[in-house]
Design a protein around this ligand. Structure first.
Ligand code: HEC
Length: 178
């Protein structure tokens, strides 16, 4: 008899607990709606673990030189990487006339101008990775090894240093292969 009563008590308690834990409260409880949450504050001294941009503030970019020596090999690689990442917007000769770029506002910069020639390597590097048409894709897709040769090539486009003839154009490369 005692066990039967206690069994009933336990069953009633369990039902009560179940009823108390469900029902409309789930819907009415405080919850965080989309966009309500404040962005978490990073502890001071936190640094990004990927991407090279962390190494560059605008100020630092003015003081940064290309770590690679100016050489025909680096320029040639730069030209190859230019065809990977830039040619569709900035065009074969860098004048900003690539077919994909024509849909952009503003249109891709003419990389052969004196404005680009006045930039140092770090500035070209930073601009190549940021800005309209570049961010955030460029920093995420461009291999680290490709960056500085590319900067060298872009600078050569604007400064024409060294002789243009030392770098093959795409047509010349195709001809060579045939
Ligand atoms: C999807 C199209 C697109 C691609 C690909 C692209 N660019 Fe650009 N680029 C633009 C546009 C549009 C601008 C002009 C807008 C601006 O200045 O932010 C520009 C501007 C620039 C500038 C001048 C930026 C400034 O602040 O004066 C440089 C340098 C440059 N691009 C280099 C490159 C290099 C190098 C590559 C390849 C690694 C590249 N871009 C690939 C669209 C593109």
């Amino acid at each position: 008899m005692i066990t039967r009563t206690s069994f009933r008590v336990v069953t009633i308690c369990l039902c009560a607990i179940c009823c108390a834990s469900c029902g409309p409260r789930m819907r009415t409880q405080p919850s965080i709606q989309p966009y309500e949450r404040a962005m978490p504050q990073m502890p001071t001294g936190t640094v990004p673990t990927r991407g090279d941009l962390s190494a560059f503030t605008l100020e630092q970019s003015r003081l940064t030189d290309n770590p690679l020596p100016l050489s025909e090999k680096n320029l040639r690689n730069g030209r190859i990487y230019y065809n990977y990442y830039c040619v569709m917007c900035h065009g074969e000769d860098g004048r900003g006339n690539g077919p994909v770029g024509q849909g952009f506002v503003p249109k891709p910069t003419d990389l052969t101008t004196s404005g680009i020639a006045q930039l140092n390597a770090g500035q070209v590097y930073l601009r190549m990775l940021t800005g309209t048409g570049h961010e955030p894709v460029m920093d995420q897709t461009m291999l680290r090894d490709h960056r500085w040769p590319l900067v060298m090539y872009v600078q050569q486009l604007s400064k024409r240093v060294p002789e243009e003839s030392s770098v093959r154009t795409r047509e010349e490369a195709i001809e060579e292969r045939q």
